[in-house]
Design a binder for this molecule. Structure first.
Ligand code: ASP
Length: 350
């Protein structure tokens, strides 16, 4: 007998969506979201998938997320992988793009949708975006065979590892500047199937989740006047990887010889330094200006058009796989889950 209604597993990690007011501001409140969802009639209608909610303990404001939490979410999905048609991760918006990115890397061999969502206004408020985001995420997770980690927010369905939170207060808070949305939830939900990755060949139909190690990684945004000393201090051991947010197409202060030396010294000892752009949109091309070539000469590699969130979480993921420094560098510059666009061969930096 075939099952009629699709089944969706909701991993509820916290975030504004289920928060209530307190004297110190909004706080996650155990049990509240599930009880509120009981009263949303649309969630019970025929066309909606069945769902179960696994409420995490403690529920987190996503500002408190750490790599251990990423592993717990990935393992939760892997443990329930065969029982459900799709998965939703309810999450705070502040670090949602990081979790969406890291899950894209961790959930290798995905054949079902994993949809991460949350809201800017909690369900407890009369005017909120929580209800609509929940309904759209449920419909997508239950009915669309998108074998990717996606981020669903407002009217957009974005590739998780391409997403960024770009607005602190708009309801349409997320975008993926270097990749078109996978889908738009307008009058109808329209999926751009040409952009969706093909399902991976996963003979076991299981997901194996590896731990994420406690590696010393960092992000550093260049700014006019940044001193070599500051850079040198950040690059000290035990740091093993850095996302360098460079200017424009991947430029840095090549007239600051001490700063360049600090970068060189770090890459010589095996620190993986990945250049991303500070611009919201566009890609790094280290050879375009002398100010970028100098970074490449110091051993900095290109992060192409990856977001800072994708680059940082990819470093966590790759180091956790126990790869050599050379292999980490190679994979950082390769497209693993649709997180970056490679330029044509002849334009690629070494
Ligand atoms: N601080 C909240 C969080 O990230 C913000 C939100 O969910 O919108 O958990």
């Amino acid at each position: 007998m075939t099952r009629q209604r699709k089944r969706v597993y909701i991993a509820y990690t916290g975030g504004t969506i289920g928060m209530t007011r307190s004297e110190i501001g909004y706080v996650p409140t155990p049990g509240y979201l599930a009880s509120q969802m009981e009263s949303v009639l649309e969630l019970k209608s025929e066309g909606m998938p069945e769902f179960v909610i696994h409420e995490y303990n403690p529920l987190l404001d996503s500002s408190n997320m750490s790599p251990e939490n990423w592993v717990a979410i990935a393992k939760d999905i892997a443990d329930n992988y065969n029982e459900y048609d799709g998965f939703i991760v309810l999450h705070g918006t502040d670090t949602m793009a990081y979790t969406a990115s890291v899950l894209s890397f961790m959930l290798e061999g995905l054949e079902k949708p994993v949809v991460i969502t949350g809201s800017q206004i909690p369900l407890c408020e009369i005017r909120n975006d929580a209800r609509d985001n929940l309904i759209t995420a449920l419909i997508v997770a239950g009915n669309y065979k998108i074998p990717e980690v996606c981020l669903c927010f407002g009217d957009k369905l974005l590739r998780g590892c391409r997403s960024i939170k770009f607005s602190a207060d708009q309801l349409d808070a997320f975008t993926s500047p270097n990749f078109p949305p996978l889908g738009i939830a307008g009058v109808e939900i329209k999926i751009n199937w040409d952009l969706v990755l093909p399902p991976e060949t996963n003979k076991t139909h299981t997901i194996e989740v590896k731990e994420i190690g406690k590696y010393s990684l960092a992000t550093l945004r260049l700014f006019p006047g940044i001193s070599a000393e500051v850079v040198e201090n950040i690059l000290r051991p035990p740091l093993i990887g850095l996302v360098l947010e460079t200017y424009g197409v991947g430029n840095g202060p090549d007239n600051n010889k001490d700063l360049m030396k600090a970068l060189q010294k770090a890459t010589d000892r095996g620190v993986v330094i990945v250049a991303c752009t500070q611009c919201i949109e566009g890609a790094v091309h280290l050879g375009e200006y002398a100010a970028g070539s100098a970074l490449a000469k110091a051993g900095v590699i290109s992060g192409h058009d990856m977001t800072q969130e994708a680059a940082l979480t990819k470093l966590f993921y790759l180091f956790s796989m126990g790869l050599s420094v050379e292999e980490v560098k190679l994979q950082m510059q390769s497209n693993l889950r649709g997180e970056l666009t490679l330029p044509p061969l002849k334009q690629r930096e070494s």
